[in-house]
Design a protein around this ligand. Structure first.
Ligand SMILES: [Zn+2]
Ligand SMILES: [Zn+2]
Length: 423
């Protein structure tokens, strides 16, 4: 075919493959009450990581009712649904997370958590409702859908219980990206720093890497009045805490964000006994893989050096379930911003700075081009201002239909990207 691509023809071609905006909008708005109902049902029945039995079943049942091919369970309690469109196109995945947190709900709302000490305080109930809604909207248009959509409902985003595998890594190990082979992945997180209606994006890092470490300083116990007859690990540990902060503030480039937090320190059992050892636990956050690796090496040197200076020994152990920074693929992100603007309006689509919180979506985005966006849920007039992981967290539920429109549009547009001009 030797047709010249005129601008008018390009527009027509783009229009034929871009998402049917008005239809998606109408469908999402029609399902708003149902989305609220699903979100509240999940909110009332929160389940911790790797224990999302009820939530996983609810999702699997709904996907089956929509006619999707369903794999369940995946990664213990997770669900994978495949929607094959009638038209040829790419394979694109959408991911939601299922788990709640060990936090007592304090909000007096009709959908208050019915499980003592457990609450959806990170918006995963909303993410699940939004991705279920997206599956519904797209499944009703599958006669025109250009490609295949894989819906991933992942357990244990907040981390599996100690000693268990789980989360994004286990989904990947169990083939979540393999059959059909996923070419791009989208996800969203509710965000209390943005007003409802707004959506945030970034190229490159949007969430930080997260690693957990344990330091053990070995001493030798003795009477508290005669420290010279033993080896006191407490002042050595104190010096280590300070030396580790110097790694962050003095040894690494200030223009690369990073956090090193020691959140726990345990040692000793009586005021007049020298402790036999001190155990410290903490976390390191970075936005860059090289910085992440560099800090790890400097920490090892610091821990060893400080211990040796005082004639003690110490070990630094990094847990192996850390995850890299969540990196948004540049080409996918830039191609998707116009889709976001069509849904949310140009003024509501904001380029945001990355946060030092972490997300295991990073592990998917490490393997296939990914875009993770932040959906505003803040509504000051209604008192919805709480931060994630707090007992009074809530969302403005009008984010639910907007989230469905956002994901449906992002997915559709990336299944069949508009053709590029030929020269
Ligand atoms: Zn969280
Ligand atoms: Zn979360």
């Amino acid at each position: 075919m030797t047709m010249t691509m005129t601008p008018a023809l390009l527009v027509a071609l783009a229009a034929s493959t871009a998402a049917p905006d008005a239809e998606i909008k109408a469908a999402a708005e029609r399902m708003a009450p149902a989305l609220v109902e699903i979100r509240r049902d999940i909110h009332k029945h929160p389940e911790l990581g790797n224990r999302e039995v009820r939530t996983g079943k609810l999702v699997a049942d709904r996907l089956r009712a929509l006619g999707l091919e369903v794999r369940y369970p995946v990664a213990r309690t997770g669900v994978l649904g495949v929607l094959r469109g009638a038209k040829p196109g790419r394979v694109v995945a959408v991911r939601a997370d299922l788990d709640a947190l060990p936090i007592q709900e304090v909000n007096d709302v009709p959908y208050k958590s019915e499980v003592p000490g457990v609450k959806h305080a990170c918006g995963h109930d909303a993410h699940t409702a939004i991705v279920l809604g997206t599956a519904e909207v797209l499944s009703k248009m599958k006669d025109r859908l250009p490609g295949t959509v894989v819906f991933l409902f992942q357990p244990a985003e907040e981390g599996p219980p100690e000693g268990e595998e789980g989360g994004a890594l286990l989904m990947i190990k169990e083939g979540a990206l393999d059959d059909p082979k996923v070419q791009a992945i989208f996800g969203l997180h509710t965000d209390p720093f943005l007003n409802v209606g707004q959506v945030g994006w970034a190229v490159g890092p949007i969430f930080a890497s997260s690693d957990t470490f344990t330091i053990e300083v070995q001493g030798k116990t003795t009477h508290g009045a005669y420290p010279d007859t033993g080896l006191d690990p407490i002042p050595v540990a104190s010096e280590m805490v300070e030396a580790l902060q110097l790694v962050v503030s003095r040894q690494t480039n200030a223009q690369n964000p990073k956090v090193l937090t020691i959140g726990q320190i345990h040692g000793g059992n009586r005021f007049n006994i020298i402790a036999d050892k001190v155990v410290m636990q903490g976390t390191v956050r970075t936005l860059d893989e090289a910085v992440r690796k560099d800090i790890k090496e400097r920490m090892a040197r610091t821990v060893k050096g400080v211990a040796e200076a005082h004639g003690t020994t110490a070990t630094l152990r990094y847990e192996d379930d850390g995850n890299p920074a969540t990196m948004n693929d540049e080409a996918l992100t830039r191609a998707s911003v116009p889709s976001l603007e069509r849904v949310c309006g140009k003024a509501n689509v904001l380029e945001v700075k990355p946060q030092m919180g972490a997300e295991d979506f990073a592990l998917f985005a490490e393997r296939v081009p990914g875009l993770y966006v932040k959906m505003g849920i803040r509504n000051e007039a209604r008192g919805i201002v709480a931060k994630m992981h707090t007992p009074d967290w809530d969302i403005d539920e009008s984010v639910l239909p907007l989230g469905v429109r956002t994901l449906s549009t992002l997915v559709w547009d990336s299944l069949a990207p508009p053709p590029r001009a030929r020269r």
